[in-house]
Design a protein around this ligand. Structure first.
Ligand SMILES: Cc1cc2nc3c(=O)[nH]c(=O)nc-3n(C[C@H](O)[C@H](O)[C@H](O)COP(=O)(O)OP(=O)(O)OC[C@H]3O[C@@H](n4cnc5c(N)ncnc54)[C@H](O)[C@@H]3O)c2cc1C
Length: 346
């Protein structure tokens, strides 16, 4: 056997799984088809439960150092400040981290990647899973290597942390039912001044959508996430300049001096029909995708990984029966389904 666990994908979910396994003494093999870490700050909100998991890995201080404490959200409507929601109040007695930490996905991945190196584990980049053959005692995985050749490796278990277009999901024939949302979202990393309450989340509500302003590290650096106005929805070539008028309409006078990243995206809401096929598991976006409202996507993947890791470690060490692994789907599928329902309603 080449490895106990083959982790497919070095996004946040795969990095968390490999770290949690290493922490419990199980060395995984972790591969990713890309050439290196993602530079995009897709997810930005780190929830309390993720911070608790980070604290077990010794990552909390670094996360707090790099992030911003989003303890309050300001609601605006028709250009007027309406209310401040204290995000920390609800969890004050429940967690040592009663806030949403504003920390980009790239920083989260860097922190977990650094920790993986501390365990002496390196990611095999430019390595793509292209085939799987499940046997009673192991899985044979075919990997395409950087030079285009393939090699076969054997693993006791395979963890599909390979995102929304998961190869593990396709190769195991697991369905991914759901549909795209009608709305098209945009995301922009900007340098901008305006009436926003500094260092806090600002939410501008309008009849057909919202614009969210998240404070980022650096002076006047804001991440804006919003819904494209209907008139722009079907255009393929939308630029940040095109959306500025609708942002200004809700957020008032804004002085933009830079936009370092702009992207539009159509989100799907889907959940895999099963999270496991014999020796292969699905985690993170490979298992469930939903609206970014509530900033839960990355967090849910990290928590999937935390749930599966200790079970895989006990089974691998022969300290628990393989039946323990059934509880992964039993516990995580209801969380994903609930999340799909609540984010759809919002
Ligand atoms: C624009 C945008 C904004 C978002 N904003 C938020 C937010 O504010 N908050 C939030 O919580 N979430 C947000 N999300 C969602 C969040 O980014 C995802 O939930 C998160 O990235 C899921 O992590 P993952 O590790 O499961 O999958 P991914 O990040 O997709 O990682 C999968 C990895 O698997 C690799 N891979 C794929 N196929 C193979 C293969 N065959 N072999 C080897 N490697 C493979 C890929 O290269 C990739 O590195 C946003 C998403 C988008 C697109």
């Amino acid at each position: 056997m080449n490895t106990h666990v083959l982790v497919v994908g070095a996004g946040p979910t795969g990095l968390m799984l490999a770290n949690q396994l290493a922490r419990r003494g199980v060395r995984a093999m972790i591969i990713d088809r890309h050439a290196g870490p993602s530079l995009q700050t897709r997810a930005i909100g780190v929830q309390a439960r993720t911070m608790e998991i980070y604290s077990k890995l010794g990552l909390v201080d670094r996360a707090l150092e790099l992030g911003k404490d989003g303890s309050g959200a300001n609601l605006w409507a028709e250009g007027r400040w309406m209310a401040r929601v204290l995000l920390g109040e609800a969890g004050r007695d429940l967690t040592p981290f009663p806030f949403v930490l504003i920390l980009g996905q790239d920083d989260n991945e860097r922190i977990m990647g650094d920790k993986l190196r501390d365990w002496g584990l390196s990611i095999q980049w430019n390595t793509e899973l292209v085939a799987l053959d499940q046997q009673p005692g192991h899985v044979t995985a075919t990997l395409e290597q950087p030079d285009g050749t393939t090699r076969k490796i054997t693993a006791a278990w395979v963890a599909g942390c390979d995102g929304a277009r998961s190869a593990v999901r396709d190769l195991t024939g697991i369905m991914f039912p759901g549909a795209p949302y009608e709305h098209v979202f945009f995301v922009a990393d900007t340098v901008v001044t305006g009436k926003m309450v500094p260092d806090q989340i600002n939410i501008y509500l309008w009849r057909n959508g919202f614009h969210l302003f998240f404070p980022f590290r650096g002076e006047d650096h804001w991440r804006i996430v919003g819904i494209l106005p209907p008139a722009l929805r079907d255009r393929k070539d939308v630029t940040f300049e095109d959306v500025i008028p609708s942002v200004r309409r809700e957020a008032g006078e804004l002085n933009f001096t830079a936009c370092s990243w702009f992207s539009t995206y159509r989100i799907h809401h889907r959940s895999a029909s099963r999270f496991r096929d014999r020796r292969c598991f699905l985690l993170g976006d490979a298992a469930h995708i939903h609206s970014p409202v509530g900033a839960q996507g990355m967090n849910t993947g990290l928590q999937d990984a935390y749930n599966l890791a200790w079970k895989l470690a006990l089974v691998t060490e022969g300290r628990a029966d393989a039946a323990l692994l059934d509880s992964y789907e039993e516990e995580r599928m209801p969380v994903a389904r609930r999340l799909l329902n609540t984010t759809d309603r919002v």
